[in-house]
Ligand binder design. Structure first.
Ligand SMILES: [Zn+2]
Length: 183
């Protein structure tokens, strides 16, 4: 989960099947794991498929706006593939081993950790850097306005351009060129 000024991001690995159907949650019936692939209108109408048939996971983020019901989703284009043996597992290549008896490999800490790293790198960092750029531009604008006001005050108090240049780390001429029309 990641919070910004405008959004709340919540990521999950979503199991999917060979035909592309996605799980909306899992349930257990008589000791067997099933995925809910379609919500029925009434309770008990949900369409279930054996969890053992999961072929992989999609890394997806629900990006909800604060104080608003509209949100969007982000899905990593590189799915996580279920492989049939532990020796084939390679988390760096999104290959995850999950035996039929313990198919919810997305809940394993090392899988979660690997997925979280991808989510952060591919989805969160690019959003954060845009926020950082915008915040930096706003901060610079405020700082410029503050400096202009201070220079104007210095001029009203009779300071020379040489004084102002010395105080602001500029030459007399540069200070004069920058502020002569604004003060
Ligand atoms: Zn998001």
């Amino acid at each position: 989960m990641h919070e910004t000024d405008t959004h709340l991001h919540e990521a999950a690995l979503v199991p999917f099947f060979e035909d592309g159907a996605e799980s909306r949650g899992s349930t257990m019936v008589d000791g067997v794991h099933y995925e809910v692939v379609e919500h029925g209108r009434r309770q008990g109408e949900d369409r279930l498929r054996a969890s053992a048939e999961i072929v992989g996971w999609l890394l997806r983020c629900h990006c909800d706006r604060w104080n608003s019901s509209d949100g969007s989703t982000w899905t990593d284009p590189f799915p996580w593939t279920r492989v049939p043996s532990a020796s084939l597992e390679d988390l760096a290549r999104h290959r995850v081993f999950a035996p039929d008896t313990d198919v919810h490999a997305d809940e394993r800490p090392e899988v979660e950790e690997a997925a979280r790293a991808v989510w952060r790198r591919e989805h969160i960092d690019p959003i954060d850097v845009d926020d950082e750029l915008r915040a930096a531009v706003t901060a610079r604008r405020h700082a410029d306005a503050q400096l202009d006001a201070a220079v104007a005050k210095a001029r009203r108090l009779g300071r020379s351009w040489a004084d102002i240049g010395a105080a602001t780390g500029m030459t007399r001429q540069s200070a004069n060129e920058r502020w002569k029309d604004r003060t």
